[in-house]
Structures are given as structure tokens and as C-alpha cells.
Ligand binder design. Sequence first.
Ligand SMILES: C[S@@+](CC[C@H](N)C(=O)[O-])C[C@H]1O[C@@H](n2cnc3c(N)ncnc32)[C@H](O)[C@@H]1O
Length: 296
Amino acid sequence: MDCDKVLVGDCLKHLADLPLESVDLAFADPPFNIGYDYDVYHDKQDRASYLDWSQQWMSAVVRVLKPTGTFWLAIGDEYAAELKILAQESLGLTCRSWVVWYYTFGVNCKRKFSRSHAHLFHFVKDAKNFTFNADEIRVPSARMTTYADSRANPKGRLPDDTWVLRPQDLTAGWNAEEDTWYYPRVAGTFKERQGFHGCQMPERLLERIVRVSSNEGEIVLDPFAGSGTTLAVAKKLYRSYLGFELSPDYVEAIEARLEAIIEGDPPAGPANPRTSAPSTPTKPRRRRTKVPKLFG
Ligand SMILES: C[S@@+](CC[C@H](N)C(=O)[O-])C[C@H]1O[C@@H](n2cnc3c(N)ncnc32)[C@H](O)[C@@H]1O
């Protein structure tokens, strides 16, 4: 398959052009239908249309997944339940984990609590045969770091299914020893921020997903490339990648982002944000396009 590129246009069309069962890992972070201000996509469809469209693109993803393939879906509260049922009951996927990504630096809302989490569903096609590279993503266990317990697995343990992004704010709660995920949302001041897309996901989050659910040389697909985070991480981790994105301007910026990456580069952001803060640029950056606002 022709890989290592991002194509401009509707993912439904591009997915239909891909061979059956050709992709090892698909990661999708679709528009959440919450009125986000994207470049060209209108993120406020009526409920029935959004669900119908979700059904179409998700079944198109399932068609291109290998029998051993994995599909990670990032989704907000509004449609998490509906899309999970759709994936399981209509599309026949198995949900291995329902991960909650907890983050700070969310957008402030005026008349409801500020959004600080997203859902990450880990679906597989075959419940018995899928890639799960546990040793790639282990974290130190409390037995190792706190209790000097000789029973500790020296390789560490798997992370919990709530992923905390700023554990320094939760000193009495989850912390590194409890193996939660904590990578900050890519805030406006972070060096990692590309500056052209308001929904940029942290590379460290995608690093975990790409490492655990695929192997070097395999094909990673992102039908909603956005700022290109999945593709950037896949390239850094020696995977083949393919992305689709509706906005020509975003695609141009993604291509520049990918161009600047050399395979083997480390993912952006601190490996352990509990002990080191994300770096910020030395000079204020000029925005390439306006950063969309979330309507709270
Ligand atoms: C939530 S953003 C993805 C952000 C991405 N995960 C990142 O880290 O940058 C969703 C993206 O899907 C794009 N999009 C919406 N409808 C699409 C479609 N039918 N085909 C391809 N891309 C689409 C939007 O333009 C937007 O950039």
C-alpha cells in the first residue's frame, strides 16, 4: 500500500479507496459535534446526521482493519456511549479498555464545569488475536518506587485506565507510582504546539497508543489527521503512516511537520511530566491560522 503521506479530502472517500484489511492500527479523533470552530468542517450537525455519519466512517475503518487490527477512538462525553454501542453491536468490535484521559489546561466554560477529560476506547477486531506490546509501555510500580517490595516486576506494570495529565496537581491522589497516564494537553504556551490547530493531541499520549498496539514497520492510519500528531508519532516510531484531512491548509501544515521529523526522533513533551514541566518557546510564536474556540 502507498503510505507515509497525508491526503487532503473526505476520509469516507479515501477509506473506500484502501484495500480490504490492510491497516494494523487506526487511531481516530473525530470532531465531537460540539460546535468546535474548525477550518472547513462544520462541527454542529443534527444528532441523527452525526450518528449516521459516525456509523459510515467507523464501518469504513473496520473494513480496512486487518483481522488482527486495533482501532482506538477518542471521543467526548456527548457521543461516547452511542459510539461505543455502535462499535460493539453494529460493527462487531470488542472493547478491551475504556481509558479516561484526564487533562488540565482544558477550555474554561462559563455555565458548566470545564472539560477535563476525553474517552479513549481501545477496540479490537479479534478478541483473542491482537497486538498488545505490554513491555513497551510499562511504568514503575509502587512496589518498586515506594515499598522496595521484592515481589515487584522489575519491568514495572501496566498503566491504569485513567490517564492523568498533570499529577503535580494531584499530590494526594493519583501519582506516578499508581501508574496513571499523565501527559499535558498541548496548551497554547507549549513548545510542542504547532499553532495551527486547536485540537492538537500530545505526542506522548499517541506514543503509548502506537507503541502498545502496533509494531515497527506496520501501518498506522488516522482518518482525521488534524495537526498530524498520530502521523508524526508513527514516523518517529518507525511505523508506516497514512492520514486523511478535510482541510487543505491543515494538510499543508501537517506535511511541513512531518518533513521536519527524522525517524527515531523522540516524541515531543517530557517523558515524565510529573518531574519536568513541558517546555515553552523562548519567543512568543505567531499563529499560522486562528486557534478555534470551544463553545462552552
Ligand atoms: C479533533 S481534530 C483531530 C486532531 C488530531 N487528533 C490532532 O492531534 O491534531 C478532527 C479533524 O478532522 C477533520 N475532519 C472533519 N471531517 C473530516 C472528514 N470527513 N474527513 C477527513 N477529515 C475530517 C477536521 O478538519 C479536524 O481537523
